[in-house]
Design a binder for this molecule. Sequence first.
Ligand code: DON
Length: 584
Amino acid sequence: MFVSSHSAPRVPFASLSFARIVTATTVFAALAGSFVAPAPALAKTPPPKAVLDASAVAVPDRYSADAAQQIFAAGGNAVDAAVAIAFALAVTCPDAGNIGGGGFMTVFMDGKPYFLDYRERAPQQATRDMYLDDKGKLIPGMSLVGHRAVAVPGTVEGMWEAQQRFGKLKWKQVLAPAIRYATDGFQAEPGLQQRHAAAAKNFAGKTNFDAYFSNLKAGATLRQPELAQTLSRIASDGGREFYEGRTADLIAQQMYGHGLVTKQDLIQYKAVWRQPLIADWNGYKVVTAPPPSSGGIGLIQMLKMKADLKQAFDGLELNSVPYIHLVAQIEDRVFADRQQYIGDPDSYRIPADKLTDDAYLAQRADEVKPDEVPGATPVKGGLGDSLPEKTQTTHFSVVDKWGNAVSNTYTLDGSFGSGVVVDGGGFLLNDAMDDFETSPVAAGAPGATANDLNTVAPGRRPLSSMTPTILLQDNKVSLVIGTPGGSRILTSIFQVMTNLYDFGMTPADALAAMRFHHQLLPPKTIYFEPYHPITGELADQLKAKGYTLEGQSFNGDVQMIRVEGTKPEPAADPRGTGVGRVMP
Ligand code: DON
């Protein structure tokens, strides 16, 4: 077992309580020899009471649902199930599920909220201008494909931290389903084959992607023996094996001479427990992602500004032109703030409290005008994103019958990450470096970013939009929600929550409803999705209002669980192949 030098004692909860009982018994037995006393009743912790009718998951594929079911059947809790799901998806959803990427986990355990940041970090040798040529121009694709796109992965450390702190089962048990899928193989869905084909074209001649994934065909069985070995090493030696053991050596070898991640970077990698962002909204506590995600701040801002604008929204039909126009103005302000104020909290003091403050948001909401021509008043906030079409990330939601919950979003960033597979390790590495501002321009120049918040720097975590969220009512889980989608993550979650709470839809209808995306830049642009395109009269009216309509290939894959009384109601986005399953 690799011993971590940096974090809280890694004693599993179960063995800790066992150790305590042994000590108490031993001390009592020793004392009993010296004098006679009535045997006191040994303090026993009563087993936790089930508060829900069942456990439940909403996950991106059936394999990960089966993995969770196995874990719950063995007595595992929501964190055990979440960790088993994450490792299973690293095998069965290789485009997004991962051990070579990173993410965020929002946890509600024994009545308390937690947030684990296992986001990737820039390697120590990374520099601000590493993606620029000698004329200061961005080298196209360098932060997206190949070795130099790779940041130090956080997923295994994240899963290890979460499971050691909160899990009930043995670490090995939660890895078992993933090892089985890697050894025996799994069958890809047609959607995965399509995403594979697009990625393979992208990586052709640039990475070793094909050597590992050319057999990925819908319906065919894909076995991943090297990945099975890697997972087995991690299972038997613990999570730090990935950072200090043979797996770390394989990653360093893969990077050597091509990429920047070294063994030292891996040894130094730490997942961080942060205070989750918590806001009061609509009678709920919204527990969500703090920086380095921009998503939690943005989601809270959207929800609160919409509530402040109740009068303006009253009576408006969902997704009508005036409705979209008000939401778009809210989004302009959210993305302006995101650009100007949010980055890695370990490098900067991020004013999360100020940005989610009621008075501040009331004042920002006041700037929203139903009759204003789109883009008429510039909203401050710098460059914004150019909205790259990045898929994939993946999200899953879990509740257990004891009332605990996990909302987890993790990512390789682009679909199949950087396309670089660790030779001998059998897993893909991320292209998280592209989430930095890779093309910094001197402040003041045309198109300049407002600041240095998200430029590349050694050890820094890139800005993210991932927003794993839990809603509590009376300190009980009411909703677990999240999605992939880059900057569309927060706007998608906002829309589904609005559908649920403002329009009273069922979870299935709330997910199926049309979604659109808008952010500050490009200006006046409403993105629509293939699942529910904006056409006909609505399209004409939006154009007449001054908006440009732009199609996008993807607008999220929301996995959520609503809890009604004691009944969990999982629901998977009809846009994907997700599974909502109740597990009695
Ligand atoms: O951290 C982020 O915000 C992005 N790397 C997430 C990318 C993503 O969601 C792509 N998925 N569709």
